[in-house]
Ligand binder design. Structure first.
Ligand SMILES: [Zn+2]
Length: 273
Protein backbone atom coordinates (compact mmCIF):
# COMPACT_ATOMS: atom_id res chain seq x y z
CA UNK A 1 0.00 0.00 0.00
CA UNK A 2 1.60 3.28 -1.07
CA UNK A 3 1.68 6.21 1.32
CA UNK A 4 -0.83 9.00 0.70
CA UNK A 5 -0.26 12.69 1.28
CA UNK A 6 -2.11 15.94 0.62
CA UNK A 7 -0.83 19.20 -0.78
CA UNK A 8 -2.03 22.09 -2.89
CA UNK A 9 -0.53 23.64 -5.98
CA UNK A 10 -0.85 25.57 -9.19
CA UNK A 11 -0.74 23.42 -12.32
CA UNK A 12 2.26 24.57 -14.38
CA UNK A 13 2.10 21.95 -17.10
CA UNK A 14 -0.16 19.22 -18.33
CA UNK A 15 0.59 16.66 -21.03
CA UNK A 16 -0.97 13.37 -22.02
CA UNK A 17 0.94 10.12 -21.79
CA UNK A 18 -0.30 6.91 -23.40
CA UNK A 19 -3.97 6.37 -24.10
CA UNK A 20 -5.62 7.96 -21.10
CA UNK A 21 -3.17 9.30 -18.52
CA UNK A 22 -1.84 12.79 -17.93
CA UNK A 23 1.49 13.94 -16.57
CA UNK A 24 1.07 17.10 -14.55
CA UNK A 25 3.59 19.48 -13.04
CA UNK A 26 2.50 21.41 -9.95
CA UNK A 27 4.12 24.23 -8.02
CA UNK A 28 3.36 23.55 -4.37
CA UNK A 29 4.07 25.69 -1.31
CA UNK A 30 5.67 22.87 0.71
CA UNK A 31 7.29 20.54 -1.83
CA UNK A 32 8.44 22.89 -4.58
CA UNK A 33 7.85 21.61 -8.07
CA UNK A 34 6.21 18.23 -8.21
CA UNK A 35 5.42 15.94 -11.14
CA UNK A 36 2.68 13.35 -10.88
CA UNK A 37 0.60 11.03 -13.02
CA UNK A 38 -3.17 11.45 -13.20
CA UNK A 39 -4.46 8.08 -14.32
CA UNK A 40 -7.37 8.16 -16.74
CA UNK A 41 -7.41 11.98 -16.82
CA UNK A 42 -7.87 11.98 -20.60
CA UNK A 43 -11.15 10.10 -20.37
CA UNK A 44 -14.17 12.41 -20.74
CA UNK A 45 -15.76 11.14 -17.54
CA UNK A 46 -12.61 11.33 -15.42
CA UNK A 47 -13.23 13.03 -12.07
CA UNK A 48 -9.68 14.45 -12.22
CA UNK A 49 -9.67 16.03 -15.66
CA UNK A 50 -11.24 19.44 -15.05
CA UNK A 51 -9.12 20.14 -11.96
CA UNK A 52 -5.71 19.70 -13.56
CA UNK A 53 -5.58 22.21 -16.39
CA UNK A 54 -2.63 24.64 -16.41
CA UNK A 55 -3.17 27.70 -14.12
CA UNK A 56 -5.68 25.90 -11.88
CA UNK A 57 -5.04 26.20 -8.15
CA UNK A 58 -6.06 22.87 -6.69
CA UNK A 59 -5.83 20.67 -3.63
CA UNK A 60 -4.52 17.19 -4.42
CA UNK A 61 -4.22 13.85 -2.71
CA UNK A 62 -1.23 11.90 -3.97
CA UNK A 63 0.05 8.36 -3.60
CA UNK A 64 3.81 7.97 -3.46
CA UNK A 65 5.21 5.91 -6.31
CA UNK A 66 8.62 4.45 -7.07
CA UNK A 67 9.43 7.01 -9.75
CA UNK A 68 6.41 9.32 -10.00
CA UNK A 69 3.60 9.92 -7.53
CA UNK A 70 -0.01 9.38 -8.62
CA UNK A 71 -2.93 11.76 -8.17
CA UNK A 72 -5.62 9.90 -6.28
CA UNK A 73 -7.97 12.82 -5.63
CA UNK A 74 -8.28 16.45 -6.57
CA UNK A 75 -10.44 19.51 -5.96
CA UNK A 76 -10.30 22.95 -7.54
CA UNK A 77 -9.63 25.83 -5.15
CA UNK A 78 -9.45 28.58 -7.79
CA UNK A 79 -10.07 27.96 -11.49
CA UNK A 80 -9.12 31.46 -12.76
CA UNK A 81 -11.80 31.09 -15.42
CA UNK A 82 -11.59 34.73 -16.44
CA UNK A 83 -7.93 34.23 -17.41
CA UNK A 84 -8.63 31.01 -19.30
CA UNK A 85 -11.44 32.50 -21.36
CA UNK A 86 -9.39 35.39 -22.77
CA UNK A 87 -6.54 34.67 -25.20
CA UNK A 88 -4.40 37.59 -24.04
CA UNK A 89 -4.81 36.89 -20.32
CA UNK A 90 -4.34 33.16 -20.90
CA UNK A 91 -1.08 33.82 -22.75
CA UNK A 92 0.06 36.08 -19.88
CA UNK A 93 -0.84 33.36 -17.36
CA UNK A 94 0.96 30.67 -19.34
CA UNK A 95 4.06 32.84 -19.53
CA UNK A 96 4.03 33.22 -15.73
CA UNK A 97 3.66 29.48 -15.07
CA UNK A 98 6.38 28.80 -17.65
CA UNK A 99 8.69 31.22 -15.85
CA UNK A 100 7.84 29.66 -12.46
CA UNK A 101 8.54 26.23 -13.95
CA UNK A 102 11.98 27.27 -15.28
CA UNK A 103 12.94 28.93 -12.01
CA UNK A 104 12.04 26.02 -9.75
CA UNK A 105 13.60 22.64 -9.14
CA UNK A 106 11.70 19.47 -8.31
CA UNK A 107 11.40 18.91 -4.59
CA UNK A 108 13.05 22.24 -3.65
CA UNK A 109 10.61 24.17 -1.46
CA UNK A 110 10.13 27.80 -2.49
CA UNK A 111 6.99 29.01 -0.71
CA UNK A 112 7.54 32.69 -1.68
CA UNK A 113 7.53 31.75 -5.38
CA UNK A 114 4.25 29.85 -4.91
CA UNK A 115 2.74 32.84 -3.09
CA UNK A 116 3.91 35.31 -5.75
CA UNK A 117 2.44 33.13 -8.49
CA UNK A 118 -0.95 32.83 -6.75
CA UNK A 119 -0.97 36.58 -6.07
CA UNK A 120 -0.14 37.36 -9.70
CA UNK A 121 -2.87 35.05 -11.02
CA UNK A 122 -5.41 36.64 -8.68
CA UNK A 123 -4.36 40.11 -9.84
CA UNK A 124 -4.56 39.06 -13.50
CA UNK A 125 -8.03 37.63 -12.95
CA UNK A 126 -8.98 40.73 -10.95
CA UNK A 127 -8.50 43.19 -13.82
CA UNK A 128 -5.20 44.64 -12.65
CA UNK A 129 -3.19 45.86 -15.65
CA UNK A 130 -1.72 42.70 -17.20
CA UNK A 131 1.57 44.29 -18.23
CA UNK A 132 2.22 45.46 -14.69
CA UNK A 133 1.32 42.05 -13.25
CA UNK A 134 3.83 40.38 -15.58
CA UNK A 135 6.65 42.80 -14.76
CA UNK A 136 5.95 42.59 -11.02
CA UNK A 137 5.91 38.78 -11.21
CA UNK A 138 9.17 38.72 -13.18
CA UNK A 139 10.76 40.97 -10.56
CA UNK A 140 9.59 38.91 -7.57
CA UNK A 141 9.95 35.42 -9.04
CA UNK A 142 13.60 36.22 -9.81
CA UNK A 143 13.98 37.72 -6.32
CA UNK A 144 12.73 34.50 -4.66
CA UNK A 145 15.51 32.64 -6.51
CA UNK A 146 18.32 34.92 -5.34
CA UNK A 147 18.17 37.54 -8.11
CA UNK A 148 16.75 40.51 -6.22
CA UNK A 149 18.32 43.47 -8.03
CA UNK A 150 20.05 46.29 -6.14
CA UNK A 151 18.09 49.49 -6.84
CA UNK A 152 19.33 52.04 -4.32
CA UNK A 153 23.14 52.02 -4.53
CA UNK A 154 25.54 51.46 -7.41
CA UNK A 155 26.50 47.77 -7.43
CA UNK A 156 30.12 48.63 -8.24
CA UNK A 157 31.10 51.78 -6.30
CA UNK A 158 28.29 51.41 -3.68
CA UNK A 159 27.44 55.11 -3.76
CA UNK A 160 23.80 56.08 -3.35
CA UNK A 161 22.23 56.52 -6.80
CA UNK A 162 21.33 60.04 -7.88
CA UNK A 163 17.99 60.92 -9.52
CA UNK A 164 19.40 60.76 -13.03
CA UNK A 165 19.59 58.14 -15.76
CA UNK A 166 21.40 55.16 -14.25
CA UNK A 167 22.20 51.81 -15.88
CA UNK A 168 20.87 48.34 -15.21
CA UNK A 169 23.31 45.44 -15.40
CA UNK A 170 21.80 41.92 -15.44
CA UNK A 171 25.26 40.44 -14.82
CA UNK A 172 25.81 42.57 -11.72
CA UNK A 173 22.15 42.17 -10.64
CA UNK A 174 21.45 45.84 -10.15
CA UNK A 175 21.99 49.44 -11.10
CA UNK A 176 25.22 51.15 -11.98
CA UNK A 177 25.85 54.88 -11.62
CA UNK A 178 26.82 56.87 -14.77
CA UNK A 179 30.52 56.75 -13.73
CA UNK A 180 30.51 52.94 -13.48
CA UNK A 181 28.45 52.16 -16.58
CA UNK A 182 30.14 50.19 -19.30
CA UNK A 183 32.37 48.29 -16.88
CA UNK A 184 29.96 45.34 -16.61
CA UNK A 185 28.79 44.87 -20.21
CA UNK A 186 25.13 44.36 -21.20
CA UNK A 187 24.06 47.34 -19.10
CA UNK A 188 21.19 49.44 -20.39
CA UNK A 189 19.93 52.91 -19.46
CA UNK A 190 17.25 53.04 -16.78
CA UNK A 191 15.36 56.34 -16.58
CA UNK A 192 14.46 58.00 -13.28
CA UNK A 193 10.80 56.92 -13.70
CA UNK A 194 11.80 53.36 -14.58
CA UNK A 195 13.85 53.10 -11.38
CA UNK A 196 10.93 54.53 -9.39
CA UNK A 197 8.61 51.81 -10.72
CA UNK A 198 11.14 49.05 -9.99
CA UNK A 199 11.46 50.36 -6.43
CA UNK A 200 7.68 50.38 -6.17
CA UNK A 201 7.70 46.70 -7.27
CA UNK A 202 10.34 45.90 -4.64
CA UNK A 203 8.31 47.49 -1.83
CA UNK A 204 4.77 46.49 -2.75
CA UNK A 205 2.65 43.40 -3.31
CA UNK A 206 0.87 43.08 -6.64
CA UNK A 207 -2.40 44.07 -4.96
CA UNK A 208 -0.95 47.63 -4.93
CA UNK A 209 -0.37 47.70 -8.70
CA UNK A 210 -3.77 49.24 -9.40
CA UNK A 211 -2.30 52.49 -8.00
CA UNK A 212 0.12 52.70 -10.94
CA UNK A 213 -0.65 54.26 -14.32
CA UNK A 214 2.22 54.04 -16.79
CA UNK A 215 2.67 55.79 -20.10
CA UNK A 216 3.23 53.26 -22.93
CA UNK A 217 6.85 54.33 -23.39
CA UNK A 218 7.70 53.78 -19.73
CA UNK A 219 5.86 50.44 -19.72
CA UNK A 220 7.96 49.38 -22.70
CA UNK A 221 11.20 50.49 -21.03
CA UNK A 222 10.42 48.41 -17.94
CA UNK A 223 9.38 45.45 -20.06
CA UNK A 224 12.63 45.54 -22.05
CA UNK A 225 14.68 45.80 -18.87
CA UNK A 226 12.88 42.97 -17.05
CA UNK A 227 12.80 40.69 -20.10
CA UNK A 228 16.52 41.28 -20.57
CA UNK A 229 17.08 40.27 -16.94
CA UNK A 230 14.90 37.13 -17.23
CA UNK A 231 16.69 36.11 -20.44
CA UNK A 232 20.06 36.66 -18.79
CA UNK A 233 19.17 34.57 -15.71
CA UNK A 234 17.61 31.71 -17.71
CA UNK A 235 20.26 31.99 -20.43
CA UNK A 236 17.48 31.82 -23.04
CA UNK A 237 14.32 33.52 -24.16
CA UNK A 238 11.17 31.59 -23.25
CA UNK A 239 8.93 30.54 -26.15
CA UNK A 240 5.94 31.75 -24.10
CA UNK A 241 7.51 35.24 -23.92
CA UNK A 242 8.07 35.25 -27.68
CA UNK A 243 4.47 34.19 -28.22
CA UNK A 244 3.22 37.06 -26.04
CA UNK A 245 5.17 39.52 -28.14
CA UNK A 246 3.82 38.08 -31.39
CA UNK A 247 0.28 38.11 -30.04
CA UNK A 248 0.63 41.72 -28.97
CA UNK A 249 1.75 42.79 -32.44
CA UNK A 250 -1.70 41.73 -33.63
CA UNK A 251 -3.20 44.41 -31.43
CA UNK A 252 -2.60 48.14 -31.44
CA UNK A 253 0.78 48.73 -29.75
CA UNK A 254 -0.48 51.74 -27.78
CA UNK A 255 -3.33 49.99 -26.04
CA UNK A 256 -1.43 46.81 -25.36
CA UNK A 257 1.91 48.22 -24.26
CA UNK A 258 0.05 50.05 -21.54
CA UNK A 259 -1.98 46.92 -20.86
CA UNK A 260 -5.09 49.08 -20.93
CA UNK A 261 -3.87 51.29 -18.10
CA UNK A 262 -4.24 54.52 -19.99
CA UNK A 263 -7.48 54.04 -21.82
CA UNK A 264 -9.01 50.89 -20.41
CA UNK A 265 -9.44 49.36 -23.86
CA UNK A 266 -6.44 47.02 -24.12
CA UNK A 267 -6.85 43.26 -24.35
CA UNK A 268 -6.27 43.15 -20.59
CA UNK A 269 -9.72 44.61 -20.21
CA UNK A 270 -11.52 42.47 -22.72
CA UNK A 271 -13.61 39.51 -21.71
CA UNK A 272 -15.51 39.05 -18.52
CA UNK A 273 -16.32 36.43 -15.96
ZN1 LIG B 1 29.15 53.48 -9.39
Amino acid sequence: MSRLYKTEGVVLRHSYIGEADALITLLTPDRGKLRAVARGAKRPKSRLAGHLEPLTHCRVMLAEGRTLDTVSGCETLESFQRIKSDLWLLSCGLYMVDLADRLSAEGAENRPLFEKLIGALRALAGRVDAGLVLRHFEFHSLATCGYLPELWACVLCHRKLAATTNYFSPAAAGLLCPECKGKEGLDRPASVDCVKVLRFFAQNECSALSRLRLKPRLAREIEDLMQGYVTYVLDRELASARWLRELRSEYSPETVTSGGATDGKGPADSGSD
